[in-house]
Design a protein around this ligand. Structure first.
Ligand code: PTJ
Length: 269
């Protein structure tokens, strides 16, 4: 029997295998001290939305992913912001994408402790990051922001024109927008303040979204700047969020129509 080596053995044949493996990665990060307990709760909220959208990258997310890739390729100074959950789930993909678009990587935490910052930087370096900002140099301040997230690197998020964030809080997204930055957010909740405030919101699981942004970058690389600018000009975040909500509406209707069959396939009422 093929299994993933984790705290408990999860057989590959388990119908919720992928989801359980993701949980285990977060639990491991928690035990190693760089994922906070609140991060486990945040993940639960995300799982719920993922279940609702159907645990796949939906069409509106693909539109946002294409726009995100165009924005990263057009950026003068792109930065990818990393927190505990992101480090536990997609550290390798962050490093891969950063190399592709020549972005800086910065650790930025809501529940900031120097120990967590150091550990997350180690995880990123272990995945091949040459430089991790936000460790000893988080000396600049995002104006009008009072959480620990206000502390940023002057060579990183502070100077960036495009910032990619995932599992972010709304306050910082709003503050970064006020500073004139393009914010690309990855958030499974289409109604979170981050999703509403971002320039480009990818409503998808970060584990699916990041590799897909890398793929989109590969596809768009080499296109004339004017073509990338057209992609961005034609992108409308409010419309994309509305499409996500309509997707959820359609999915619920289809599920409601087929619920009898689902109940019987689960053993009957
Ligand atoms: O590591 P720290 O100290 O920076 O803290 C990180 C957390 C996640 C605890 C902090 O940023 C937080 O409290 O976030 P929120 O406000 O709970 O927001 C997290 C958002 O991410 C929610 O809208 C979730 O639905 C969403 N989310 C959770 N898991 C995923 C996700 N979105 C994409 N992929 C996921 N795997």
């Amino acid at each position: 029997m093929e299994t993933m080596e984790v705290e408990i053995e999860i057989p590959r044949s388990h119908p919720r295998y992928e989801s359980l493996v993701i949980r285990e990665r977060l639990v491991r990060g928690f035990k190693e001290g760089y994922v906070v307990a609140q991060g486990l709760i945040a993940h639960g909220r995300g799982e719920c939305f993922d279940y609702i959208i159907g645990e796949r990258t939906i069409e509106p997310a693909l539109k946002a992913i294409e726009a995100a890739a165009a924005a990263l390729l057009l950026a003068k100074y792109p930065v990818i912001s990393v927190n505990g959950n992101v480090a536990a789930l997609v550290a390798e993909e962050v490093v891969r994408l950063a190399k592709k678009v020549n972005a800086k990587i910065e650790v930025n935490l809501f529940y900031r402790t120097e120990e967590r910052v150091r550990r997350i930087a180690e995880v990123l370096r272990g995945c091949g990051a040459d430089e991790v900002l936000g460790v000893d140099d988080a000396v600049a301040t995002i104006p009008e922001l009072f959480s620990e997230r206000r502390r940023v690197s002057p060579r990183g998020i502070y100077a960036a024109d495009v910032v990619l964030v995932a599992l972010e809080d709304g306050d910082r997204t709003e503050a970064l927008r006020k500073m004139g930055k393009t914010v690309i957010a990855i958030d499974l909740n289409p109604l979170s303040r981050t999703s509403l405030a971002a320039s480009i919101t990818i409503v998808d699981n970060v584990v699916r979204a990041l590799p897909k942004i890398s793929e989109a970058v590969d596809k768009l690389r080499g296109k004339p700047r004017a073509e990338l600018e057209v992609i961005l000009r034609n992108y409308n975040n409010a419309k994309v969020l509305a499409e996500v909500l309509l997707h959820i509406d359609r999915r619920f209707r289809e599920l409601a129509e087929g619920v009898n069959k689902l109940v019987w396939s689960a053993g009957g009422p």
